[in-house]
Design a binder for this molecule. Structure first.
Ligand SMILES: Nc1ncnc2c1ncn2[C@@H]1O[C@H](COP(=O)(O)OP(=O)(O)OP(=O)(O)O)[C@@H](O)[C@H]1O
Length: 235
């Protein structure tokens, strides 16, 4: 049996639309992958296709040696795929604690979620809609962790958040990845934080992977980012 996630020659989009163009990608347990590209390059569509939220036109997706492309998003989630969407989907009318319990699966516990995000423990009786943007993102991440993912897909998790919150979240991602059992896919338009976190990176343009290599190489050679996708590194 092959461990991990393998996308082979994946072409996908929405309805009749094609966005991803023959994408090949493999992710082993413990991998930290940065996905970098400009607006509209297809990064979200890549994550949506893995989760079963976009339409696969061609190619195959395997998890631990078994095809998953016929499975629903819910079934994929129960097999260990977890998406933190860019839209931070939380239940605004439920409390923090109710949000977490609504999706709890397996051995995941509230204590674990609260030890990762002490701020959520303080706010546990508050409604999701009463939280700040940073707290909502913490809740969105904690909710996904409550489903017990082996593969965590983060879609622009730092977008629009204050630097101090970004630093806290990066520490959480380090903790999540540090035991080497889970893999993390980190999609970012602003590349520096993702590249510092990741071991490996792919660069996307027009729905295709135009470069793949060690994240450290891209940090050391920002001209490569510029050459492949016309993006500059920010600090
Ligand atoms: N639900 C949808 N229906 C049709 N087309 C879509 C849909 N979502 C995205 N697209 C199109 O797919 C292409 C890729 O979008 P995608 O959101 O995957 O890019 P992205 O790299 O994640 O960009 P961003 O940084 O803006 O999120 C774009 O042309 C976009 O307009």
């Amino acid at each position: 049996m092959t461990d991990g996630l393998i996308l082979s020659n994946v072409t996908a989009g929405y309805g009749p639309t094609y966005v991803l163009d023959r994408v090949n990608l493999s992710l082993l347990p413990g991998d930290r992958l940065a996905v970098i590209g400009r607006n509209g390059a297809g990064k979200t569509t890549l994550l949506s296709t893995i989760m079963g939220l976009a339409k696969l036109h061609n190619g195959s997706i395997q998890l631990h040696g078994k095809p998953i492309q016929a499975l629903s998003p819910h079934q994929r989630s129960s097999l260990g795929l977890g998406l933190v969407p860019q839209t931070r989907d939380i239940f605004r009318s439920l409390t923090v604690e109710e949000n977490l319990l609504a999706v709890k699966r397996g051995t995941a516990t509230l204590d674990e979620a609260y030890s990762m995000f002490p701020r959520l423990k303080e706010r546990r009786k508050n409604g999701g809609g009463q939280l700040s943007g940073g707290e909502q993102q913490m809740l969105s991440i904690a909710r996904t962790l409550m489903t017990g993912p082996e593969i965590l897909l983060l879609d622009e998790p730092l977008e629009g958040l204050a630097p101090v919150i970004c630093e806290q979240l990066m520490q959480v991602f380090e903790n999540i990845a540090s035991d080497g059992r889970r893999s993390v896919v980190f999609v970012e338009q602003h590349a520096t934080a993702a590249l510092r976190f990741a071991d490996r990176a792919i660069l996307m343009a027009n729905g295709a992977i135009v470069h793949e290599g060690p994240a450290a190489d891209l940090l050391a050679r920002p001209d490569l980012l510029n050459r492949h996708i016309g993006v500059a590194l920010s600090t």
